[in-house]
Structure formats: structure tokens, C-alpha cells
Design a protein around this ligand. Structure first.
Ligand code: SIN
Ligand code: FE2
Length: 221
């Protein structure tokens, strides 16, 4: 309620430098089309259970990817990008055109994204505070899209102890972390079940677009 009142009054919390929150970037029709595209991705590349390096602890989100590279993690080999799905061994499906267009509109970066991580949050899932730093190219921003139930997103500075700001992300919102905000610590503290009618069941989908290699480098596409 407080958040709604604040939003309706036009209040926009100050996020870290280089971090932009674009509320309502995608309208309902665009969100519905994107959910269909995500379903097609999940049919080809099933959701898997990500596991923390070393400890082997399961994360609470379920994941898959599209793009030439996908972000994966397991106990033995840790966080990394790879060209194939960890279970099917098949290449990831292509990034939907609408997401490539969204990147072109928001990233301010001359090359396309290579990876689109699909995170699925059930009502109780969360994402601990972390930096996105498994890429070789930090000149490109991280662009993320929220679909389905709202969440409480927390973002701080580039040091773990920096002050953080919490912002509620709703379906259709986009967050761009670039420049001085590219390595900002961030996480998802909670999902608010029942706040969206977009998905068939409670939960949230987050799509994270990233450039992994520098354009012109060997693995670049
Ligand atoms: C992530 O940082 O990987 C996910 C962020 C989000 O779900 O909004
Ligand atoms: Fe992240």
C-alpha cells in the first residue's frame, strides 16, 4: 500500500549511479507475447535447479537460458557460461526478437546480447545479494525484465557493505545496470504472490540479458 501510494505520487527512489528503473516499459500485450516466447524457450530448454559452487546448496529459483551462451552453475564447476544446456546437452534456443529489440532500445551498447538468463521464482523463492561478474565485457550493461508477480528488489553499490535501496519491481518493468552501476550488488528479497494475473500460477519470471564477450573477440557472435 505504501509503495502504491508512493508510486502514484510519482516518487522514484534514487538507485545507485548507472542503475535505471524503467517502470511499465512493456505493456500488457507485450508482456503476454513475451511469456509465450519464454514458454517456447522452456519447452526446448527445460528449467534446471542451479546449485551453488562448493557447498552444493540448491538455489530457490529455477533457471534456463536462451542465446548463444547460457549462465549455469553446479557444485563442481561453479558459475560459468556455456553453449549448451547442462542436462540436454543441446544449444540454447535463440533470444526472442522482442528481447533483442528491447536491448537495442535500452542498452546503449553497439552489439547484441549473447545470454538471456531466465529465472523462475515461486512464491517463496529469493535471490541473495550478489554481483553479476562472470562476463568478460563490463562495458555492456545488464538489462533485466520482470514478468508476473511483483518482487522486492534490493540494489546497492559496488562494495558488499554499501548502503542498499529497495524498489518494488512490477510486471513489465525493466532495470538497466550499466556504467558505474554495472557491478552493483543486487538481489531479490521477496516475491509478492497474487500481484499479477500475467502467469497461470503464482510466481515471477526475470529475464536477464547480458553481453558475455567483447565484440570481435574469438567467441563473439
Ligand atoms: C538476478 O540478479 O539474477 C535476478 C534479478 C531479478 O530477479 O530481478
Ligand atoms: Fe544478478
Amino acid at each position: 500500500m505504501l509503495w502504491r501510494a508512493m508510486r502514484e505520487s510519482g516518487f522514484v527512489p534514487t538507485l545507485s549511479e548507472g542503475v535505471r528503473h524503467l517502470p511499465g516499459f512493456l505493456d500488457r500485450a507485450a508482456q503476454e507475447a513475451l511469456v509465450e516466447a519464454v514458454r517456447a524457450v522452456v519447452r526446448e530448454a527445460p528449467l534446471f535447479v542451479p546449485v551453488m559452487p562448493r557447498t552444493g546448496k540448491e538455489m530457490s529459483v529455477r533457471m534456463t537460458n536462451c542465446g548463444s551462451l547460457g549462465w549455469v552453475t553446479d557444485k563442481e564447476r561453479g558459475y560459468r557460461y556455456q553453449e549448451v544446456h547442462p542436462i540436454t546437452g543441446k544449444p540454447w534456443p535463440a533470444i526472442p526478437e522482442s528481447l533483442l529489440a528491447l536491448w537495442a532500445d535500452t542498452a546503449g551498447y553497439p552489439a547484441p546480447p549473447q545470454a538471456c538468463l531466465v529465472n523462475f521464482y515461486t512464491e517463496t523463492a529469493r535471490m541473495g545479494v550478489h554481483q553479476d561478474r562472470d562476463e568478460d565485457e563490463f562495458a555492456a550493461p545488464v538489462v533485466s525484465v520482470s514478468l508476473g508477480d511483483s518482487c522486492l528488489f534490493r540494489i546497492g553499490g559496488t562494495r558488499r557493505g554499501d548502503k542498499t535501496v529497495s524498489v518494488k519491481l512490477q510486471s513489465g518493468d525493466v532495470v538497466v545496470m550499466g556504467g558505474a552501476g554495472r557491478l552493483a550488488y543486487h538481489g531479490v528479497d521477496r516475491i509478492y504472490p497474487g500481484t499479477s494475473t500475467l502467469l497461470r500460477s503464482p510466481g515471477r519470471i526475470n529475464l536477464t540479458l547480458r553481453r558475455v564477450t567483447k565484440p570481435g573477440s574469438d567467441a563473439a557472435t
